[in-house]
Design a binder for this molecule. Structure first.
Ligand code: DHB
Length: 369
């Protein structure tokens, strides 16, 4: 196809390094979307150019610049972690190219450029319902433990503010470094605090290591409940974490066990195409990001004018494997159901089984402004 007949998407993901599971999940989801929906949209060929940023934001930024200048991409997409999404925002603004955030979850990312549109989630979306559940279920004193960067700080603040506003007590807010965290010192502090529950956020891919150290310290037998955002009970790792996870309550936007026809078809096609790999919430963010791009191109009749694409994306609504979702026309952030889930064994495998739905949740941080 001639250059003007091809629409290029620069997909920047951490394919190696600490965040590699996010890259693998999203890459697989993008490929699945194209396998199921074809590679021609509004008469144009859609080409995905995948780049590995190793989750180093300076690399993300350089790759984004190269994709704009050399490859003339019409979309920048992916972004495994918040610093990578933020580093790209000024480039999206300057080039007037949509930046589709498929993974990162810090609230402020959508405010960093008018060209950012998010298909992932914000941490406050999960942390606020988790705090509400805790209050309603007799939990009075909580210690929080989060990764010390954007999404962790959002999770800590939104959980703590909500829990305190409803009458709960936060004994301590603990943080661990985002890179190569050692949980031992903070787990000792959490054990000493004698809380009713420990609320945890760590990014996708880090949950298993946290749980290992939690068990090694005997905290599973301490009487302190473990509650979390669904990043900790990530479908990518959950089944390998062991039966210690059975009964853990958490809140999130997606479970591979979500009971809908759309999700059943998605999970089955994803597993078939990826040697049995279970899709996680990152895969769904990538899949929906591709849907957003395809549908926006249909609306613009194939025009890649950035302003026109943004207008086409604002307010778009559809049924995702996670349930009904839409793009808030004011904030360009995702509006979605949040589910409270309990880890349970289903057919011999551990899953997050949804038992309560909070419908159409807007990012609580921006809603409060
Ligand atoms: C972010 C990354 C994650 O892996 C996750 O689960 C949540 C948030 C982030 O960097 O924004």
């Amino acid at each position: 196809a001639a250059a003007q007949d091809t629409v290029k998407i620069g997909l920047i993901l951490p394919m190696t390094g600490q965040q590699a599971s996010t890259g693998k999940q999203i890459d697989a989801a993008v490929k699945l979307y194209q396998a199921l929906n074809g590679t021609t949209v509004a008469g144009k060929k859609v080409e995905v150019i995948l780049k590995d940023d190793t989750s180093v934001p300076d690399v993300t930024k350089r790759l984004a610049q190269e994709l704009i200048v050399n490859d003339k991409v019409a979309f920048l997409a992916g972004f495994g972690i918040t610093p990578s999404a933020l580093a790209t925002a000024p480039i999206a603004t300057q080039a007037k190219v949509p930046e589709i955030v498929m993974a990162a979850g810090t609230s402020s990312i959508t405010e960093a450029s008018p060209y950012v549109v998010r298909t992932s989630f914000t941490l406050a979306q999960s942390a606020v319902p988790m705090a509400d559940w805790a209050v309603k279920n007799g939990i009075k004193k909580v210690v929080t433990l989060v990764s010390d960067y954007g999404p962790g700080i959002d999770a800590e603040k939104s959980f703590s503010d909500e829990f305190k506003a409803k009458g709960g007590t936060i004994i301590e807010n603990l943080r661990v470094p985002m890179r190569s965290p050692d949980f031992s010192p903070v787990l000792q502090k959490a054990a000493d605090a004698k809380a009713d529950a420990l609320f945890v956020f760590v990014p996708s891919g880090a949950g298993a290591q946290f749980v290992k150290q939690f068990v090694e310290r005997g905290l599973d037998k301490s009487g302190m409940k473990l509650i979390a955002t669904g990043d900790v009970t990530d479908d990518d790792q959950l089944n390998g974490m062991g039966d210690v996870m059975v009964g853990v309550i958490n809140a999130h936007n997606y479970s591979a066990a979500h009971d809908s026809a759309v999700n059943k078809a998605f999970v089955s096609a994803f597993r078939k195409a990826n040697g049995g790999l279970r899709p996680n919430f990152m895969a769904v963010g990538g899949y929906d990001g591709m849907h957003l791009i395809y549908e926006a191109l249909k609306k613009t009749n194939g025009s890649t004018d950035g302003a026109k694409l943004l207008e086409a994306m604002k307010g778009m609504a559809w049924e995702s494997p996670r349930g009904p979702i839409s793009i808030d026309p004011e904030t360009r952030d995702i509006v979605q159901n949040i589910y409270v889930r309990k880890v349970q064994k289903v057919d011999g495998e551990l899953y997050n089984v949804e038992f309560e739905t909070i419908p159409n949740v807007k990012d609580p941080v921006k809603a409060a402004k």
